[in-house]
Write a protein that binds this ligand. Structure first.
Ligand SMILES: [Zn+2]
Ligand SMILES: [Zn+2]
Length: 449
């Protein structure tokens, strides 16, 4: 039934008429350094989720909306950009936030919204890869706290789906340059510092580079239209932005995650459906973690970081992360229960990919590893509550956590490789979204399977 043709994909910005008839669209938010060549890279995944909804014809297809948010920006800034990318209008980062965090103006660009009708009555599904996940939960927190105004609230998110997201921080930011003892300071000789310099140069040249590499820095006054060449040189020597608390790497530290959680950020909204996929490349065996050698050429950079992430010295982090305090000596390699903090997908440890907050402080249900390689997905369907042919629909207000075995940070997204696992993932996600539509009454007469 499903068309394999690339031409069948609906372009972004399709008329609102279709979205009114079809099921709620899925908004896709990319991770750190994401956003370059997005739609080409994500490929024809939409042709793999449509089997269930084809009965109504192509107008019943679920629309996918890609949004562009700052590839290295903080969760706060990205969450604001995400909101306005959908609703439309001039991005407002908030006067207080802008003044405290070195924005030269509280306003960003003016955007034509991809889904201006977005509301509690017309909510959206969201999918975040990596840092895109916490971007979505941050936006829900801002909606919850009235940041965008009283007219908007957390029920505007029908579902939150995440893949390999660093909700509770990740050790890799320290390996890349963040000081373990003094974040947000960054080591001078580090990969992170080198990335910063590239970002500043591209932002300085943004009048010409923005159409290819858009770092969304217009509210910081870094472009050559606003900043002198001398100020660029000073920034390259030492970047106030890179060593601030308003940038992505800092938001991936354990201290930033603890700060957010201490305020209650990341608690589930009772009317939103949540699902996360936690990937691990290998398992800890006898205190050792090593991805399969055959995967080296697939992801050499992630391969390089996987073992150091597993061996990371949590005891050196200051202030002491809450989970380290709770684990004590057991956080060390070989400690009882330490595996979930050490097994990783080459970027993020398993525990951080589950959901914000510790399990005891949120609502969650964890499912055993599923390698999602079997297109029939019988085991996953059982996990969803399909037994003896009778279907149990998912419940809102809790995280459904799925562990992906032998998977790295890029196994599912963002690059479409047309692997059996990717095809199975999208097919199953399509079913899950349909189940959520049914359970929440946002289903417009889809045919039964
Ligand atoms: Zn900011
Ligand atoms: Zn949990």
């Amino acid at each position: 039934m499903s068309s394999k043709s690339h031409h069948a994909i609906q372009p972004v910005g399709e008329s609102a008429a279709i979205s009114e008839q079809g099921p709620p669209p899925l908004v896709i938010v990319e991770g750190f350094l994401g956003g370059f060549g997005t739609q080409t890279r994500w490929g024809d995944f939409q042709n793999h989720w449509t089997d269930d909804s084809m009965a109504g014809g192509s107008s019943r297809r679920r629309r996918a909306i890609f949004v562009s948010v700052g590839p290295v920006s903080s969760l706060h800034d990205r969450a604001c950009e995400l909101f306005y990318a959908l609703k439309g209008g001039t991005i407002d980062y908030g006067a207080e936030h802008a003044a405290h965090h070195g924005h030269t103006t509280q306003y960003g660009r003016t955007i034509v919204g991809s889904y201006p009708e977005w509301s509690k009555e017309k909510p959206l599904h969201f999918l975040g890869h990596s840092f895109g996940g916490p971007t979505i939960t941050k936006m829900q927190w801002l909606l919850e706290t009235g940041f965008f105004g009283e007219a908007y609230g957390p029920d505007m998110l029908l579902s939150v789906n995440t893949v390999s997201s660093p909700f509770r921080g990740t050790s890799v930011v320290y390996l890349l340059g963040e000081r373990v003892d003094a974040a947000p300071l960054v080591r001078f000789w580090s990969v992170g510092n080198a990335i910063t310099k590239v970002v500043h140069i591209i932002s300085y040249l943004s009048p010409w580079t923005a159409s290819h590499m858009d770092f969304h820095t217009e509210s910081r006054g870094y472009s050559c239209r606003e900043a002198s060449f001398w100020s660029l040189i000073k920034t390259l020597w030492r970047s106030d932005w890179a060593e601030s608390r308003d940038i992505a790497p800092y938001d991936c530290t354990y201290v930033s995650a603890d700060t957010r959680e201490a305020m209650g950020e990341g608690a589930v909204n009772p009317n939103t459906f949540y699902r996360s996929y936690a990937a691990s490349w290998s398992t800890m065996k006898n205190g050792k973690f090593k991805p399969p050698a055959k995967d080296f050429w697939e992801e050499p950079v992630l391969y390089h970081y996987a073992t150091p992430i597993a061996n990371f010295d949590f005891m050196a982090v200051r202030p002491v992360p809450s989970f380290v305090a709770a684990m004590g000596e057991d956080i060390k390699v070989g400690g009882e229960g330490s595996e979930v903090y050490r097994e990783n997908d080459g970027v993020v440890p398993r525990f951080s990919q589950w959901h914000p907050l510790p399990c005891k402080q949120t609502k969650c249900e964890h499912f055993h590893h599923s390698d999602l390689t079997n297109p029939s997905l019988s085991s996953s369907r059982e996990n969803l509550g399909v037994e003896n042919g009778s279907q149990t629909l998912p419940s809102p207000g809790k995280w459904y956590v799925y562990e992906l075995r032998k998977a790295h940070h890029g196994s599912i997204a963002p690059t479409w490789l047309d692997t059996p696992r990717q095809r199975a993932f999208w097919k199953e996600l399509g079913r899950w979204l349909r189940d959520v539509d049914l359970a929440s009454g946002h289903c417009s007469s889809l045919a039964p399977m």
